[in-house]
Write a protein that binds this ligand. Structure first.
Ligand SMILES: [Zn+2]
Length: 465
């Protein structure tokens, strides 16, 4: 059921006072632009961390949050937007494929002032495309236009054909969500935009007095099929997951759960494109809608500069002969560009960026040109060590006590598959410490998730002994 109490409470919040400023936007008067100068007062503070976490998304309940008198955010784990015009409505994204989508679509029915005419999907991720199948028949019949980036099909295809593999990768991160049993193909990944949008060729249309510009950046944001939707009169920019789920955050140029790398230079270009538009509102897909031109300019600039800094340091470091591992350790974003690493992590992006420009061969050992991994000889090492795996566990503890938990972890990996009780106990100590550090510092969702999964697995092994 729709939580109407929350809807009313939210619509009266002062945080949404820009509603009045924007309410004259598209369908009628000129409103928005005249108020721009009011916001130019003093330096704008940009947060170096945020007070929400990616895991909070799963707890978001459905509600309807007005951005102005014709644009509504349909809140939920996969939030999306309804734009009403006098000739029908437009959706930007469709929410998740989970049960919550029913409730969200009932909210759409309640708030839409006309039939849905276009469904614009900002990218292929299931929390944005999951509700698409509801519109499939009307899209196929030509009654609704499905607008997507021309790479939507490509990205969706990869996700579709590799579903069993990706589910195994997601499982440690989402143990209560992922069902490893075989599942039928996802309909939303089989659908293709009836109106593909290409980089450099914006799709402009007008519906019931509202002007829309659909922009396809090159490899912008999460997935190379990221779209932006711009309402020029009210100056609202729908960004999907261009910035990622948090705001502001360092972009997730490599998702540990598994996805194509995202190019930092294309990300910078996409953010420059956002800055050029000078939005008054960023209708960001997850958590809060971002208001205020000065704050938007300052925060987008900061996210762009953080990535630019990483890139510049990487280029210099590689040219100077540093290894990828050294650069993962050494490149730290200075305070003036610091943003949350709760989803994207700088060190992972450093490695991803190296691999984008130069691939996976690090000129470290010619053995890496072949298919036998280093783990293939770990058993030999354990056999050759006097004291075997227990000696490794003892040395790992020494590393841990001397403040080298990562060296300890590497050593314990050598004993994988031949774990003794002391190896398992040492591993628990090491991972517990890494987990504590991870939570106390960046609190990165994927890092914490994988450490927790490892801890669960090791504790289970110990219990089974
Ligand atoms: Zn998303």
């Amino acid at each position: 059921m729709l939580r109407l109490a929350r809807v009313l409470a939210i619509s009266s919040l002062s945080a949404l006072c820009a509603c009045s400023m924007l309410s004259g936007g598209d369908p009628g008067s000129e409103g928005a632009r005249s108020d721009r100068s009011l916001e130019r007062s003093g330096p704008v503070e940009v947060e170096s961390d945020v007070d929400v976490r990616v895991s909070d998304l799963q707890r978001l309940e459905v509600s309807v949050q007005p951005i102005n008198d014709f644009v509504f955010k349909i809140e939920g784990e996969g939030a999306f937007f309804l734009i009403n015009t006098s000739e029908g409505s437009v959706l930007v994204d469709t929410g998740t494929s989970y049960a919550q989508n029913e409730e969200q679509m009932r909210a759409v029915e309640q708030y839409a002032t006309g039939p849905i005419r276009k469904v614009i999907v900002t990218h292929f991720h299931g929390d944005h495309s999951g509700g698409l199948p509801r519109f499939k028949d009307r899209i196929d019949a030509g009654e609704i236009e499905f607008v997507g980036h021309h790479r939507y099909g490509y990205m969706a295809y990869i996700q579709q054909v590799l579903t069993p593999y990706f589910k195994r990768r997601y499982y440690p991160l989402y143990p209560t969500r992922v069902d490893l049993s075989p599942s039928p193909p996802e309909i939303f990944w089989d659908m293709r935009p009836s109106r593909p949008v290409y980089p450099g060729a914006n799709y402009r249309f007008e519906l019931g007095g509202v002007e829309f510009v659909v922009i396809a950046p090159e490899n912008g944001g999460e997935g190379e099929d990221g779209l932006l939707v711009w309402l020029p009169k009210s100056r609202i920019l729908f960004t999907g997951d261009l910035f990622g789920p948090l705001y502001p955050m360092f972009p997730n140029l490599y998702t540990i759960r598994g996805e194509k790398y995202r190019d930092p230079l294309d990300y910078i270009d996409a953010l420059d494109l956002v800055l050029d538009l000078e939005p008054a509102v960023i209708a960001h897909s997850h958590f809060r809608v971002i208001q205020g031109e000065d704050y938007i300019r300052a925060s987008v600039t900061r996210m762009r500069d953080a990535v630019q800094y990483m890139w510049d340091e990487l280029v210099e470091g590689l040219n100077d002969g540093k290894t990828v591992w050294e650069l993962m350790r050494d490149i730290q974003i200075p305070e003036q560009y610091a943003v949350s690493q709760g989803h994207g992590k700088v060190s992972w992006s450093v490695r991803a960026t190296h691999d984008i420009v130069a691939g996976w061969y690090y000129y470290d050992t010619i053995a890496n040109m072949y298919h036998v991994p280093v783990e293939a000889v770990h058993g030999d090492l354990v056999d050759l060590i006097e004291g075997g795996a227990d000696a490794l566990a003892r040395r790992a503890r020494e590393h841990l006590l001397s403040g080298r938990p990562l060296e300890a972890l590497r050593l314990l990996d050598v004993a994988k598959g031949r774990e003794t009780e002391s190896v398992l106990r040492a591993r628990i100590e090491v991972v517990e410490q890494l987990l504590e550090e991870a939570r106390d510092t960046l609190d990165n969702y994927s890092e914490v998730g994988l450490l927790e999964a490892d801890l669960r697995e090791t504790r289970e092994k110990l219990e089974r002994r």
